[in-house]
Design a protein around this ligand. Structure first.
Ligand SMILES: [Zn+2]
Length: 454
């Protein structure tokens, strides 16, 4: 089968992300499963049951605060015998990960979140900033990823090496399973996110794997991005100096933005001339700006099936404007000649290692079937029926270093099967929204503020 051949090539490329011996059930669900999205339900459910039971026991045994929550709910690992019992697993509200103290207490807070033995972490500063704590954790092998909402509050998630490695493998695997005939290592990628080497912003960190997936990677935003810079970009300033920084950032952003678009246009011209395979991966608003510029110049390209677009992080393109994904696909086809079946969106968040990717047929968001369990909840926290809307929640077996049993602030609609393609397992409607009253987030949003502020 052609598809298996692709997976074989992919695993060769991603060898450094795969452990030498696969033994734990969550590793089996990720690495040994033949397909993340395409397996018969019975087989996928077997992987899933083992993986989630395993990881629930792990957090119960190794995480003091989570075990206390379980005791309050009167649930122990022995209570989880089938997938029907998954609803007994206590969920953490997403706000929990936003409720952090500052200074050295921030380090203690992070450490208490973790379900793995901590390496020795040395923090030289007396009263460290968030970025200094994050750097100290990184030196000890813990990658603290974050994203931020519009109010300047962050969500912090500590990932140990195993969790981070599995997350990167998972995003690559999930993306390529949906774009198997496009993928070839000898391609050119434009990452429409910050440079993974220069930030701990989650969208940057998780896309680090792109440079192992594709031979040539260019990056749209090559500056170092810290929590401090992000907060100031969000307009949350504490001192006179920060107010000035915020002002200067706003006044120079137009120029920076133009330079970024010009760089991408040059890249496109070059790739077209050499008939290269290309992919744009990242924030849709940047590609939208590029396409607007092309339209202004009356220019189009015909990349056809040599091209692909994988968007992620949210669909706000201007302050209040949201671009419907179907319109975006049409624009991509008209401007770049990349067909809609190669233009997919990916739904993910800093708290999880589950990657929901559009299928090429109907552009429904497919939920990983082997290592991840999704739920849609009503206001009381009970699961809604298929076809209904509610709050997205999940159980993530790849989250080893923190309990990945989380209810989010996103509103989704779930279907028992994909109305468009033959894959088994539930899917979400193509577009996800924030629940009213939840602050606007989306990984592209914070990034948009850094470079698009007028
Ligand atoms: Zn589908």
């Amino acid at each position: 089968m052609m598809k298996n051949d692709v997976m074989e090539r992919l695993n060769q490329r991603l060898q450094s992300y795969i452990p030498a011996s696969i033994s734990a059930p969550n590793e089996e669900a990720l690495y040994a499963a033949e397909s993340i999205y395409g397996m018969p339900k019975k087989e996928a459910d077997e992987y899933k049951l083992k993986a989630i039971r395993y990881i629930f026991r792990h957090h119960y045994d190794n995480n003091k605060f989570y075990r206390e929550i379980c005791r309050e709910h009167d649930v122990s690992p022995d209570a989880i015998k089938s997938i029907d019992d998954f609803s007994k697993i206590p969920l953490l509200p997403h706000r929990f990960f936003k409720d952090y103290p500052s200074g050295r207490d921030f380090a203690v807070w992070l450490a208490n979140l973790m379900s793995v033995e901590l390496p020795k972490i040395t923090i030289p500063q007396k009263n460290p900033t968030f970025d200094e704590v994050i750097d100290s954790f990184q030196k000890a092998g813990i990658t603290v990823c974050y994203s931020s909402g519009t109010t300047g509050k962050f969500t912090f998630i500590p990932r140990d090496e195993q969790t981070y490695r599995m997350g990167q493998y998972a995003i690559a695997r999930c993306a390529i399973e949906m774009l198997p005939e496009w993928w070839d290592y000898e391609s050119y990628a434009y990452l429409l996110f910050p440079n993974p080497k220069k930030t701990n912003l989650y969208v940057g960190k998780v896309t680090n794997v792109l440079s192992d997936l594709v031979k040539n990677v260019d990056v749209a935003l090559d500056r170092k991005i810290t929590t401090e810079l992000l907060r100031i970009a969000m307009g949350v300033t504490f001192t006179f100096k920060e107010k000035m920084m915020s002002k200067i950032a706003r006044s120079t952003s137009k120029k920076r933005n133009e330079t970024m678009v010009a760089n991408i246009l040059r890249w496109l011209e070059e790739r077209d001339k050499n008939r290269d395979r290309i992919i744009f991966a990242g924030a849709p608003f940047i590609l939208n700006a590029v396409m607007d510029k092309l339209a202004e110049e009356g220019k189009t390209y015909e990349f056809g099936k040599r091209g692909a677009v994988l968007t992620g992080g949210g669909w706000k393109i201007y302050e209040d404007k949201r671009l419907p994904v179907a319109d975006f696909r049409k624009k991509v086809e008209e401007t770049l000649g990349i067909p809609p079946e190669h233009c997919l969106d990916l739904y993910a968040m800093v708290e999880s290692n589950g990657f929901l990717v559009h299928c090429s047929k109907g552009h429904y968001l497919h939920i990983p079937t082997t290592y991840f369990h999704a739920m849609v909840l009503d206001e009381e926290g009970n699961e809604v029926a298929y076809g209904e809307e509610g709050r997205f929640a999940f159980l993530d077996s790849l989250a080893v270093s923190y309990p990945g049993f989380i209810s989010t602030g996103d509103k989704v609609k779930i279907h028992e099967r994909c109305p468009a393609c033959g894959r088994e397992g539930p899917v979400l409607e193509p577009e996800v929204e924030r629940i009213r009253g939840e602050e606007i987030r989306g990984c592209a949003e914070e990034f948009r503020r850094i470079i698009m502020e007028e």
